[in-house]
Design a protein around this ligand. Structure first.
Ligand SMILES: NC(=O)c1ccc[n+]([C@@H]2O[C@H](COP(=O)([O-])OP(=O)(O)OC[C@H]3O[C@@H](n4cnc5c(N)ncnc54)[C@H](O)[C@@H]3O)[C@@H](O)[C@H]2O)c1
Ligand SMILES: N[C@@H](CCC=O)C(=O)O
Length: 630
């Protein structure tokens, strides 16, 4: 299929899913315990994924978007999907891989196999050839292991727990794994919050789908007088205790079953208190996997409940004195998926927006239910594995193939498009180019300038701006990019132009960069890098490998490493060497792709995506709490 046919076929899949909404809701309810209010939006999300990735796929083949690069698809992608979103997540993974030009094997979680079979049938009925999407309804055992580690599988898209990601990488350290993983998410309520709204949002975020969402809130952090408010306490208990807990067959059910009833962690969360904790509402087992929702109070920083994802209908209350303490408690968790704030105070909002570490932020609303494109979804730290970008966002497809240089003969010529805008470059970036301009050939110099101009334009249009692509009046939905610290390694024989191109992207992004080079740098470049705040070390391969191994052992979560080398060396060779050195640590994201002028593939290693959704009204009256902040 060519790109246009593929996009059209994916749009058709979206349409067929829409026509089958009722059947899909039935299967998700009967097989995977989803109540109708939960599976209905899931079908919508699945449909949205198809249309969104169909459109995104066209950009991969647009030379203005991919400046100086071409997107090379891989042959085979395995999508290992979870049971808790048995419709949207497998559809999203399969649609994305197809959009990126790969064939797909869908390996669903065993409790959601029938849902997956319905989805695969839908892809085929919409005209996707049967050998492009194949169902592998396997148990989690040797055959699954054989599949995900198979040498002919180029990418594994795992949506599941962090432990599963670590297990997969322990089997195959150089697995190209794009992991969307666990969360332990909190809502902070300050004394400036509206108590009614705070309670409504906390209860829905904690107990919808019986707490079995990676986005669910299982911690409520009450600040200062919010922690002694009788009104908040009473409403929280009332709203939780009155939830209707029934199997999805009952159409009025608000909370369905715990889908894996013998899950040891879930049962512990529902039954076992930590030191100093007590039940405000003790969960009761009703049979058929149904548990009444639980509230425990007295959760203290550093305790098991504070730090563990239980995936069950239970929320813990933590009391703190200040917003700063609350943010520290939220950030102390290894994960960073969703996070919520309830406040009507703009100063508090500013402090929280600056300090909280999570991929999806929500203000004065629930913290679940991200909508494709409006709230691209994905976390920080141990909530995301590999060089993955947000699902349903503008850049997700890039990780599902390789980005290679496309140096055409009409490209990179002096006086060509690369010279436009060169005078308007960030001075730190321009100084890098000036430092080496005398040492580069004409083609390399022109390509470097083209890259820098493309970065600047992409920065203005997206990466450096707070984008709200849906533009709703009632809700601000901003996708912003936060600079992240990165270690860059330029192996022996790296072309000077390539090194400067990568550093230009990094300097533009603005985070701290530690650069390891095998070959000593020309002094003017060294000076320009130091002036831009880059730390430079000259290290032979052995010293670099030792540093990389230490980085992976030191437990920094979500550490980013960009590795480049001579042009004749493949990305695969760099990937396989670096993954061996790190032992496949899921806590390190390696970027080993070829160096190109493309701003998207070069800027993204230096940036973390963050989606911020803020309720922008109060009872229908516009209220822009984030005015001047975002
Ligand atoms: N970040 C996200 O977008 C997101 C979305 C949904 C769920 N999750 C996370 O997923 C977890 C719950 O879902 P789950 O229980 O299905 O996750 P899981 O990690 O147990 O399973 C995920 C996938 O990996 C497969 N798998 C697990 N163990 C395997 C093994 N030994 N061999 C082969 N395959 C194996 C499963 O069959 C499934 O396809 C939670 O931690 C939740 O936070 C994350
Ligand atoms: N994307 C979903 C969560 C998926 C994880 O379980 C949400 O935003 O609630």
């Amino acid at each position: 299929m060519d790109p246009a046919e593929r996009a059209a076929a994916l749009h058709r899949v979206g349409d067929v899913l829409a026509a089958r909404r009722a059947e899909l809701i039935e299967v998700a309810g009967s097989e995977a315990g989803k109540t109708i209010d939960q599976s209905d939006p899931e079908v919508s999300e699945a449909i949205d994924f198809c249309h969104h990735y169909a459109e995104s796929s066209l950009l991969l083949h647009d030379s203005e978007h991919m400046v100086g690069a071409r997107f090379a698809p891989v042959d085979v992608t395995v999508v290992a999907s979870p049971w808790n979103f048995p419709l949207a997540i497998p559809t999203g993974g399969v649609a994305a891989a197809l959009a990126a030009g790969s064939a797909v094997i869908l390996k669903p979680a065993p409790p959601a196999r029938r849902c997956a079979a319905e989805l695969v049938r839908t892809f085929h009925d919409a005209g996707i050839p049967e050998d492009l999407v194949v169902l592998a309804p396997l148990e989690d055992g040797d055959v699954s292991r054989h599949l995900v580690t198979h040498k002919d599988v180029d990418r594994v898209v795992l949506t599941g727990s962090y432990d599963t990601a670590r297990l997969f990488r322990s089997w195959k350290p150089d697995m190209h794994l794009l992991g969307e993983t666990s969360g332990k998410n909190a809502i902070i309520v300050t004394p400036s919050a509206d108590p009614d709204i705070a309670v409504r949002d906390a209860v829905y975020s904690a107990f919808a789908h019986a707490g079995q969402k990676c986005s669910a809130s299982s911690l409520l952090v009450l600040v200062s007088s919010a922690s002694t408010s009788e009104r908040i306490a009473r409403q929280l208990v009332d709203a939780t205790a009155s939830l209707r807990v029934r199997l999805p067959l009952s159409l009025d059910s608000q909370m369905g079953p715990v889908v894996v009833p013998d899950d040891e962690k879930a049962v512990r969360g529902l039954t076992t208190l930590g030191s100093g904790e007590h039940w405000v509402l003790k969960p009761r087992y009703l049979g058929d996997g149904l548990w009444t929702p639980g509230i425990r109070a007295g959760v203290v920083p550093g305790s098991e409940f504070h730090l563990t994802e239980y995936f069950a209908p239970v929320i813990g209350i933590m009391r703190v004195d200040t917003l700063q303490e609350a943010i520290e408690a939220v950030n102390a968790v290894d994960y960073g998926l969703t996070s919520g704030l309830q406040t009507l105070d703009a100063t508090e909002l500013a402090i929280w927006l600056e300090g909280v570490q999570a991929g999806n932020l929500y203000v004065n609303r629930g913290i679940t239910g991200a909508i494709v494109r409006r709230q691209p979804f994905g976390g920080w730290k141990r909530s995301a594995i590999g060089s993955t970008t947000k699902a349903g966002g503008p850049s997700y497809l890039l990780g599902l193939g390789e980005v290679e240089p496309a140096r055409g003969k009409d490209k990179g010529e002096p006086g060509g498009p690369g010279d436009q805008g060169i005078s308007a470059l960030d001075p730190r970036v321009a100084s890098l180019c000036d430092a080496v301009s005398g040492q580069l050939g004409a083609a390399d110099l022109a390509e470097l300038r083209r890259a820098m101009v493309a970065d600047a334009s992409a920065w203005r249009a997206g990466y450096g701006a707070n984008r709200d692509v849906t533009g709703l009046a009632c809700e601000r939905n901003i996708l912003r990019y936060r600079a992240v610290d990165v270690v860059v390694r330029a192996g022996q024989g790296t072309a000077l132009a390539d090194l400067v191109r990568v550093m230009a992207a990094g300097v533009r992004a603005g985070g701290f960069i530690s650069l390891s080079v095998a070959d000593r740098l020309p002094q003017p470049l060294q000076n320009a890098l130091l002036a831009a705040g880059v730390q430079v070390a000259v290290e032979d391969q052995g010293a670099w490998d030792a540093r990389l191994a230490e980085l992976s052992a030191s437990g920094g979560l979500g550490t980013r490493v960009r590795v480049i080398g001579p042009r004749e060396q493949t990305s695969a060779a760099r990937w396989s060497h670096a993954s061996r050195v790190t032992g496949g640590s899921p806590d390190i994201a390696l970027y080993t792709g070829a160096v190109t002028a493309c701003p998207h593939s070069e800027l993204l290693p230096f940036l973390r995506e963050q989606a911020v959704a803020i309720t922008n009204h109060r009872f229908g009256t516009p209220l822009d709490l984030a005015e001047g902040l975002l």
